[in-house]
Design a protein around this ligand. Structure first.
Ligand code: SF4
Length: 229
C-alpha cells in the first residue's frame, strides 16, 4: 500500500454500487426474530461462524425467547445448549449477564444507542453496530470484520490496518445510509469472490475499478491459517 492515494468519494460510491449489484441479497446471516435474539446471536458469533451459531440458536430461543426468560435460566442449561461453539463458557456468562442487565436497566428491551449497548457483557462496538444497523436501521458506525478489512484495503478505500481506523475511513467515504449495507456487501463479496487466498479477480464484477485486481493476494489482511474456519 506504499503508493496509496486517497480515493474520491464518487469513485468509492461507483465501486460500491457495482458491488451491491453483484450481491443484492447481502444481509446479516444470523437467524433471529427480535432485536434481543439478534443481540444474543451476535455475541455468540465471536470467533465462530454464523452457520455454527444458527445451528444452536433455535433450541436456545425456543426455551429462552426473551431477556426476561434468559435472565432466569440456569447457567448449566444454557452452557449445555451452547457447548458446540468456541468459548461457550464465557459466552454463557455474557448472554446471561446481558439478559439480566437488559431486565434491570432497560425493561427487557435492547437499547438503541451504542453507548448503552457496549455497557452490556460481551458487547463491543462491532456487535453494537450490527444490532443498531440490522435491527434498528441506525448504525453509529461501520462493522469492520476480517472481510471488510481485507476488501477495503484491496479496493484502496483505506491504507490503515486496524479496525477502528478503517471504520473511520469508511464512514468518511460513504453516506450514513450506506453504513449498514457496506458491511454486509463486503462480507458477501469476501465469502463468494474476494477470498483471503486465491481471490477470483478474473470473475470479479468490479475488477475494472479495483487497484488490486490481479495482485490481490499481496494486498489486504490475511487471517493466520490456523485460525481459518
Ligand atoms: S478485483 Fe480481485 S481484489 Fe479487487 S475486489 Fe475483485 S476479487 Fe477483490
Amino acid at each position: 500500500m506504499a503508493r496509496w492515494k486517497k480515493p474520491a468519494p464518487e469513485a468509492v460510491r461507483t465501486t460500491f454500487g457495482g458491488l451491491r449489484k453483484l450481491h443484492p441479497d447481502a444481509h446479516c446471516e444470523l437467524d433471529h426474530a427480535t432485536p434481543f435474539q439478534l443481540l444474543v446471536a451476535t455475541v455468540l458469533s465471536a470467533q465462530t461462524t454464523d452457520v455454527a451459531v444458527n445451528k444452536l440458536t433455535p433450541a436456545l430461543f425456543k426455551k429462552y425467547p426473551t431477556a426476561e426468560k434468559l435472565a432466569k435460566a440456569s447457567p448449566e442449561d444454557v452452557q449445555e445448549i451452547l457447548s458446540s461453539i468456541g468459548m461457550f463458557r464465557q459466552k454463557t456468562k455474557n448472554v446471561l449477564g446481558l439478559a439480566k442487565l437488559l431486565v434491570e436497566k432497560h425493561e427487557g428491551q435492547v437499547p438503541r444507542t451504542l453507548d448503552e449497548l457496549v455497557d452490556l457483557p460481551g458487547v463491543g462496538r462491532k456487535t453494537a453496530n450490527v444490532v443498531l444497523g440490522v435491527a434498528f436501521g441506525a448504525p453509529e458506525g461501520v462493522v469492520v470484520d476480517t472481510h471488510v478489512m481485507r476488501i477495503a484495503q484491496r479496493l484502496g478505500w483505506t491504507k490503515n490496518t486496524d479496525a477502528e481506523s478503517i471504520e473511520k475511513d469508511l464512514c468518511a467515504l460513504l453516506p450514513r445510509n450506506d453504513w449498514d449495507a457496506v458491511s454486509h456487501t463486503l462480507i458477501f463479496h469476501g465469502r463468494r469472490i474476494c477470498f483471503a487466498r486465491k481471490p477470483e479477480c478474473d470473475d470479479c464484477g468490479v475488477r475494472a475499478l479495483c487497484p488490486s485486481a490481479g495482485n490481490a493476494e499481496n494486498v489486504g489482511r490475511k487471517p493466520p491459517r490456523a485460525r481459518r474456519l
